[in-house]
Ligand binder design. Structure first.
Ligand SMILES: NC(=O)c1ccc[n+]([C@@H]2O[C@H](COP(=O)([O-])OP(=O)(O)OC[C@H]3O[C@@H](n4cnc5c(N)ncnc54)[C@H](OP(=O)(O)O)[C@@H]3O)[C@@H](O)[C@H]2O)c1
Length: 217
């Protein structure tokens, strides 16, 4: 499958490298569309990986990931362009974090609102699925790095899109346990895990952990 990844940070590069290794064609998107860490990434992953602008990556992918800094995610959606985004599945991995007072960060969007909802509103035809934002990049692509049962939360308004995302994340990365939290407004809940996640990271000194929901049927 052709996959566009908006973002050349740790997340974009980690997801992209794994997807290429699984046989997908991946284009990373950045502001300039050339140079920088994205160029180093293309040199590393070989012919199935390429680099372009955010608009190039959005146009290239049949399915898209959004993994930029939360504070610029809406601007990146605008740069990608409504036409390129179309009605594609857009997996939103970003978190609305404010590091201005250091670590741990606070949420920049909370209460009766979330970044996931704002992204869906900014790209109304795209089928936004919020997923992977509650685990660290090494766990995103290899959940077995965390032993035992643990869960991946996802949410979005389009059930078929959530089904496509589950299938891809299971096939490419090995995810087994998904917890569908509901429509995109459930991003209010999954993004709100980050103040807890970052504190646990501070306590454990390692990002190799995850949440597990235990419940009676
Ligand atoms: N790191 C993790 O393990 C992890 C885990 C879960 C969720 N997340 C979330 O995933 C997202 C990506 O995290 P990351 O650490 O990989 O990368 P990041 O450093 O948060 O973001 C890098 C991307 O942001 C873009 N960017 C920065 N300033 C910009 C601006 N002014 N305008 C447009 N684009 C701009 C960069 O563009 P250029 O390519 O042009 O430089 C780059 O593509 C974040 O929202 C983070 O909260 C991260």
């Amino acid at each position: 499958m052709k996959i566009g990844i908006l973002g050349t940070g740790v997340v974009g590069q980690t997801l992209g490298e794994k997807l290429v290794s699984r046989g997908h064609e991946v284009r990373l998107g950045s502001r300039s569309g050339s140079g920088g860490s994205g160029a180093e990434w293309t040199a590393k992953v070989g012919a199935k990986g390429s680099l372009g602008t955010f608009a190039d990556a959005a146009a290239f992918g049949e399915l898209l990931f959004l993994c930029t800094k939360g504070e610029v995610a809406l601007e990146v959606v605008r740069l990608a362009g409504a036409e390129a985004l179309g009605a594609k599945v857009l997996i939103d991995v970003s978190n609305p974090l404010d590091f201005s007072r250091g670590f741990p960060p606070a949420l920049t969007i909370q209460g009766f609102d979330s970044l996931g909802e704002r992204i869906q509103a900014a790209a109304p035809n795209a089928r936004v699925v919020k997923a992977l934002n509650t685990v660290a990049a090494p766990v995103m692509i290899d959940p077995a790095k965390v032993p035992g049962e643990h869960d991946l939360f996802l949410c979005g308004n389009d059930d078929a899109a959530k089904g496509e995302v589950k299938a891809l994340l299971a096939d490419a990365f090995g995810w087994k346990n998904f917890v569908d939290v509901g429509g995109i407004e459930a991003s209010r809940g999954t993004e709100a895990l980050l103040p807890l996640w970052t504190r646990l990271y501070g306590r454990f000194g390692s990002p190799l952990f995850n949440f597990h929901i235990a419940r009676s049927e």
